[in-house]
Design a protein around this ligand. Structure first.
Ligand code: APR
Ligand code: PHB
Length: 392
C-alpha cells in the first residue's frame, strides 16, 4: 500500500535552492514538502564557494535566515588580482557603490535548515527512488520511498531543485530540452585549513604555473585552490605538496604571510559551463544547478540559484495570492536572461585567469586583457558590476 499525502509545491532537493524556495513559500502561506535523497548531515558536509552578492543577502534576509550571516560574514569592498607575481586591486565600492559578503555556502545551508526546522515545515531526508509523474497535467505527482515505505505526494507544482545530477531535468523528454555545454580541460584542487588568510581580501592569481585562489571563511579559516589536471588523484596530494604548488604562484607579500597547516577538507572540482533551456516544462520548474552550472571562477553558482528562486517564489506567490500566472509563464525567460549574463562572466573570468593552453598567443592575449582591465576605469567597472551581481 502506498502512503498518499498532498501539498501545494513539491520541492525536489534540499540544497540552497530547495531550502530557500521552501522558506520563502512558507512565509507566504504556501504549503510545501522537500524531498532529499541524502541525509541532512551529508548535505552539510559539502564544502562549496562562499561569496554572496548583495541581492542574495537581501533574499536571505527576506527569508528570515540572515542573522548569523550578518554577525559572522565578512563584508568585502574589493578583490585582488595577482598577475605573474604583481598584485592589483579592484574596488567594488568605488566602481559600483556595492560590496559582497564572504560567508560559506555550508553555513547558509545550515541557517536555512534551522529556519525550516523552526517553522516546522517538512523535509523528508533519505527519500529514495524519487520519480516525477504527469508533469504536463494539472495534477502532477511524485513517488518515492522513505522509512522503508512506498509514498506518493500529490501536488499543484513541482520545483526541481535537485542539482546537476538530479532526477528532475532527466524526467523531461530529450526533444523538449536544449543543453548548451562547455567543459574545461581542468579542475580546482581545494583545501580548507584552520590558518589565517594571507590577505583581508580574496586574491585571484594568474600565473604561468596555473591559476590559484586565496579565499577564506573567517579570520582564522582559509580556503585555497590551485588549478589541476582532471586526471589528478586526490590521494597523490598530501598537504605538503599542495602548499608547495601554491606558494610559487603567489606574490612575495602573500608568500611571506602564508601560514600552512593540516587540511580539514580537500577535494577536486571539475570546471563546467552548462545551461538547459527552457527552465519550465508544464508544471515542473527547474531552479539552481538542476538547470545550469558555472565554473567557480567568480563564485556565481549559489547567487544564480538564489536569483532563480526569487523569480520562482514570486511567481508561485502571484499564482496563489493574485490568481495570476504571468510570473509562472515568464519564469523561464526571466531566469535565463540573468543566468546567461552570469555564464558569460564566469566563462570570461575562467578563460582570463587559467592556463588553458600552451599557445603563446593565448597567454599574450590574457596579459593584454588583464593590463587593460587594471588601466581602464570602464573595464574595472564592468568587472565590479558583474562580480557584485547584476540587478534582477
Ligand atoms: N532525489 C532527491 N534529491 C536529490 C536527487 C534525487 N533524485 N538528486 C539530487 N538531489 C539533492 C542533492 O542531494 C542535493 O542535496 O538535491 C540537492 C541539490 O543541491 P545542490 O547541488 O547544492 O544544488 P542547488 O540547491 O541548486 O544549489 C546550487 O550549489 O553546487 C552549488 O555551485 C552551486 O552554489 C551553487 C549551489
Ligand atoms: C571560495 O571561497 O570557496 C570561493 C571564492 C571565490 C570563488 C570560488 C570559490 O570564485
Amino acid at each position: 500500500m502506498r502512503i498518499q499525502t498532498r501539498t501545494q509545491v513539491a520541492i525536489i532537493g534540499a540544497g540552497p535552492s530547495g531550502l530557500l524556495l521552501g522558506q520563502l513559500l512558507h512565509k507566504h502561506g504556501i504549503d510545501n514538502v522537500i524531498l532529499e535523497r541524502q541525509t541532512g548531515e551529508y548535505v552539510l558536509g559539502r564544502v562549496r564557494a562562499g561569496v554572496i552578492e548583495q541581492v542574495t543577502i537581501d533574499l536571505l534576509d527576506e527569508a528570515g535566515v540572515g542573522a548569523r550571516m550578518h554577525a559572522d560574514g565578512l563584508v568585502h569592498e574589493g578583490v585582488q588580482i595577482c598577475v605573474d607575481g604583481v598584485r592589483h586591486r579592484i574596488s567594488f565600492k568605488e566602481m559600483t557603490g556595492k560590496a559582497v559578503m564572504v560567508y560559506g555556502q555550508t553555513e547558509i545551508t545550515k541557517d536555512l535548515m534551522d529556519g525550516r526546522a523552526a517553522v516546522g515545515a517538512p523535509t523528508i531526508y533519505a527519500a529514495y527512488d524519487v520519480a516525477l509523474h504527469d508533469i504536463s497535467s494539472e495534477k502532477p505527482r511524485v513517488t518515492f520511498r522513505a522509512d522503508g515505505k512506498e509514498q506518493e505526494l500529490l501536488c499543484d507544482f513541482i520545483a526541481g531543485c535537485d542539482g546537476f545530477h538530479g532526477i528532475s531535468r532527466k524526467t523531461v523528454a530529450p526533444t523538449a530540452i536544449t543543453a548548451h555545454e562547455r567543459v574545461y580541460p581542468l579542475g580546482w584542487l581545494g583545501v580548507l585549513s584552520d590558518t589565517p588568510p594571507v590577505s583581508d581580501e580574496l586574491i585571484y592569481v594568474r600565473h604561468p604555473l596555473g591559476f590559484a585562489l586565496c579565499s577564506m571563511r573567517s579570520p582564522t579559516r582559509s580556503r585555497y585552490y590551485i588549478q589541476c589536471s582532471l586526471a589528478e588523484d586526490i590521494e597523490s596530494w598530501p598537504d605538503e605538496r599542495f602548499w608547495e604548488e601554491l606558494k610559487p604562484r603567489l606574490d612575495q607579500e602573500a608568500r611571506d604571510r602564508l601560514v600552512t597547516g593540516p587540511s580539514i577538507e580537500k577535494s577536486i572540482a571539475p570546471l563546467r559551463s552548462f545551461v538547459a533551456e527552457p527552465m519550465r516544462f508544464g508544471r515542473l520548474f527547474l531552479a539552481g544547478d538542476a538547470a545550469h552550472i558555472v565554473p567557480p571562477t567568480g563564485a556565481k553558482g549559489l547567487n544564480l540559484a538564489a536569483s532563480d528562486v526569487r523569480y520562482l517564489s514570486q511567481a508561485f506567490i502571484e499564482h496563489y495570492a493574485e490568481k495570476s500566472d504571468a510570473g509562472l509563464d515568464h519564469y523561464s525567460d526571466r531566469a535565463l536572461a540573468r543566468v546567461w549574463k552570469a555564464e558569460r562572466f564566469s566563462w570570461w573570468m575562467t578563460m582570463l585567469m587559467h592556463r588553458i593552453s600552451d599557445n603563446s598567443f593565448d597567454h599574450k592575449i590574457q596579459l593584454a586583457e588583464l593590463d587593460y582591465l587594471f588601466r581602464s576605469k570602464a573595464a574595472m567597472t564592468v568587472f565590479a558590476e558583474n562580480y557584485v551581481g547584476l540587478p534582477y
